[in-house]
Design a protein around this ligand. Sequence first.
Ligand SMILES: *Cc1c(COP(=O)(O)O)cnc(C)c1O
Length: 345
Amino acid sequence: MKAIDLRSDTVTLPSPAMREAMYRAELGDDVFGEDPTVNRLQEMAAERMGQEAALFVASGTMGNLVSLLTHCGRGDGAIMGDRSHTFLNEAGGSSALGGIYLLALPNQPDGTIDPASIERAIPHEDVHHPRVRLVCLENTHNYCGGVALDAQYTSSVADLAHGHGLTLHLDGARVFNAALALDVPASALAAPADSVMFCLSKGLSCPVGSLLCGSAEFIERARRMRKMVGGGMRQVGVLAAAGVVALEEMVDRQQEDHDNARLLAEGIAEIGGLSLDLDSVQTNIVFFDFASDRMTAQQFVDKLRDQGILMLALGPGRLRAVTHYGIERADIVQALQVMRQVMAG
Ligand SMILES: *Cc1c(COP(=O)(O)O)cnc(C)c1O
């Protein structure tokens, strides 16, 4: 029996075209800037994001870290959502390694941070106050259910930040999912920011890699930070080659993942003991709530696993399923059937 793995879009395996491209990739030493495949991917990425330049990094976490280290010095503050990946899931790297303090403001259910609360959090110039240099947004917002933040909101936060002499970083790990959901080019969501990170290794199905994009001047400084954290890699075109294929072939196919997530969400909404807000299911992520006196959410997940359906329990009574390349419509039908059986006991 094939496992239907809905734990994350990070479990995706490279497509046959990616394997082929990796095998054939033209290579050079990227620390010397001489890997043609990396250079090509970086140009493609910058263009897709509406930014001047881009830098290949080992992971999304490294991309966000390098970005924060480039925007902020020791003792500087960065504003971000209290449910953001950077605040919760990146091991506090920017504080530990960069002496950057993180100012977490409430994320609204739609993934945004209230601009008025950002405004209040920016201290005025005074010898007592820490310097706050940066605002960070996340799009799509993972823990808010994979919701998409629109271009108008992103631009308004960029204007707010710039008006106070701050910069804006976008954690766009899944920014192409947001662009698909909103039916806009990704650049409409990414260009207002001073820097944007997106992942190749999630829904775009690459084995490794993310890109940090920004102005040419910013990326030059970021290159030094990447080196500092050990992220200068050599013939890394073997990895970048998969990224080129991803940007050419894997972006638009994610609509299938969104359709499958919607099918899954609509099915879950009809199962007794499970509930969700259908409006929050906009992309490939389905968060739902579990309530039963017969078993805990973890026991439910364990029972699904016994029947080949993999999901994550993230917090008490809160479950997550993510659709991705390799998951077909028939897999969703099968997953729903097993969920119904398990809930019916
Ligand atoms: C996955 C993810 C990251 C980090 O990416 P890794 O490659 O796993 O380090 C950052 N931000 C968001 C929103 C993510 O979902």
